[in-house]
Structure formats: C-alpha cells, structure tokens
Design a protein around this ligand. Structure first.
Ligand SMILES: Nc1ncnc2c1ncn2[C@@H]1O[C@H](COP(=O)(O)OP(=O)(O)OP(=O)(O)O)[C@@H](O)[C@H]1O
Length: 300
C-alpha cells in the first residue's frame, strides 16, 4: 500500500492511527489553522471504485442529522483520497469490552433509543446502513450522543423515480433486526451461537445457528421488550414501513418499569481501565450481528 501523506490540504497534520477497516485507515489529525483535532479517513486512489467518494456523497445527503459525522473536507492528496470528519470518542465495541462485556439495562435502553432514531433518519433519506454492529456505533467525546459511522457500503433501498422499494436488496427490516441482536448482545454479554473461538466461525455457521435458535432461548433472563423488538423486525415484510414509534415505546416502557428513576444518559462505567484490558484489540466478527437472510422466523 502506498505511504500515507503527512499533511492533508496543507492544514491537517496526521498523527496516530485511530482504526482501520477493509478499505480505509482512520488517523487522528491536527488542524493547525484552527488549532483543533479531527479524524481523517484515508483510502489509496488505487481502490476502484473509490468507496470514500461514495461515503462522502452519502454523508453530504445526511448532513445535519443528529449522530451523523460532520464532513469537514474531502479531496485527493497525492496518492490518497481523504475525508476529514469530526473526531469521535470510542466505539460501542471498545466500550463494551472496557465494561467487562455488560452494559446496564438503562444504558442499553438509551443506546437503543438513540440508534433507532439514527436508523429512522437514514431510512427516511432512502438508504439502509447494511452493517449495523458495535464497531460502527461510536460515541462523541462527551459520551452523550451515539454516532453511526461507516457509510462506504450504504445502499439505497428506495427508487425515487419508480417510487418503489428496490428488489433483491436488503431492506430497513434488516437494519432493525441487526440492532435488536446488538441490544441483546449488550445485555446478555454474548449471543447463543457464539463460542470462545467465535473469530473462526463462518458466516454460514452463524446464519444456520441464528435461524435454528428460538428467540425465547436467545432472550432468556432479559426483559421481554427485546424479544418483541426482534420478533417485530423479523415479521416486517420486505417493503413494509417500520413503526419506529412502536419500537421506541417498547424501550420507553422499560424506563418507567425500573426501580430507580430513569435517566437518559448513557452512563458507562469502566471497571477495566483500557491499558489493562488485553481484549481491547479483539474484534467481534463482522458477520456476528447481521440480519438473517434465510427464512424468517418469529418463534418466541
Ligand atoms: N470520526 C471518527 N473519529 C474517531 N475514530 C474514528 C472515526 N471514524 C472512524 N474511526 C475509527 O476508525 C475505524 C475504521 O473506520 P470505518 O469503519 O469507517 O472504516 P472502514 O474501512 O469503512 O471499515 P469497514 O471495513 O467496516 O467498512 C473505526 O472502527 C473507528 O475505530
């Protein structure tokens, strides 16, 4: 891979790597014109077609939405495309490991509430995210707002010229089903088909076990609202408009049911300091939370 440039657009100086994915590397960078810190996503120009250009195009359409990263600059710098974004805090994946693989019920409720709003906003612009997972949800530096990231492979589900759902494509229900798995995972600490060696599980193994797992077993010991979210998402037909208010109401009921006064804050507590957590670099496999593309089941 070609060497990353040291400076972007004459004003951003690259510092350390914050993370990387299949097509880009994300750097922390200093904007020495405004004396602030940003995130810069770099993709070599050899990638064809460039995913970063597509990501930039989508982010501009979603601009101004709560929890959508703000684009500060996009362009080409020598051998790379570069996208400058607001610097965010940690991903939910990293936070989950730091919190010993358990989030409090109220934290999961508040995360679910925010993430549902993000998905509704993205869907209202004719797109599905298609890769809802803990690595693609980040919180801002003040740990108040959840952001969705990784728009490079996002696709339209809605054809505005024919005003119809594009066939043979994932739909909104798939994003919602993935979100349901993610919330259950945060509450239970794992999902039934995962084992200690889950890095090596194939997509087909996970899909087979997902289909064969009864929702009642998957959601054992957690409030029924999460099973209801999963059942509802799976029962949606391909082009049906999801009732986001209904899903939110299932979560809101859990706020009033608890013994302690409900809080809207995310309220993470980290029993394991990041420097002492050997698992922090471990990745949840990308196929882990994907919606079930095989036959759909509503077994509870
Ligand atoms: N705005 C940001 N602020 C801080 N860190 C970020 C930001 N955007 C991305 N990151 C970090 O960089 C990592 C990779 O980013 P991203 O998922 O967008 O890359 P990608 O190449 O599109 O990944 P994928 O292979 O999942 O498509 C993230 O997991 C996160 O740790």
């Amino acid at each position: 891979m070609s060497k990353a440039p040291l400076h972007i657009d004459g004003r951003f100086r690259l510092e350390n790597i914050l993370g990387s994915g299949s097509y880009a590397v994300v750097y922390r960078a200093q904007n020495f014109l405004h004396d602030d810190i940003v995130a810069i996503k770099l993709e070599p120009v050899t990638n064809n077609p460039p995913s970063l250009e597509h990501e930039h195009h989508i982010l501009k359409q979603l601009e101004g939405g709560v929890g959508i990263p703000r684009v500060l600059w996009f362009g080409r710098e020598s051998t790379h495309y570069a996208l400058a974004l607001d610097l965010l805090g940690r991903s939910l994946h990293d936070l989950f490991l730091m919190c010993n693989r358990k989030f409090r019920l109220q934290t999961v409720v508040n995360l679910g509430d925010q993430l549902l709003s993000r998905l509704e906003y993205i869907h209202s612009h004719g797109y599905i995210h298609g890769d809802v997972k803990p690595q693609n949800a980040m919180i801002d530096i003040s740990e108040k707002t959840v952001y969705i990231i990784d728009f490079g492979i996002m696709k339209r589900y809605w054809n505005s010229s024919t005003t119809s759902h594009i066939p043979f494509r994932r739909g909104r229900r798939d994003d919602l089903e993935s979100l349901a798995y993610m919330l259950i995972y945060f509450l239970c600490g794992s999902l039934l088909w995962l084992n200690s060696d889950h890095e090596k599980l194939s997509d087909s193994f996970i899909l087979e076990h997902k289909v064969d797992t009864a929702i009642v077993d998957l959601c054992e010991g957690i409030p029924p609202a999460f099973a209801n979210i999963l059942v509802y998402s799976r029962s949606l037909s391909f082009s049906e408009d999801p009732d986001y208010d209904y899903l939110c109401s299932l979560l809101h009921d859990l706020r009033t049911a608890g013994p302690a006064p409900a809080t809207h804050s995310l309220d993470f507590d980290y029993p394991i300091p990041p420097s002492q957590n050997p698992e922090l670099s471990e990745l949840v496999p990308t196929c882990l939370l994907k919606a079930t593309p095989l036959h759909r089941s509503t077994r509870v």
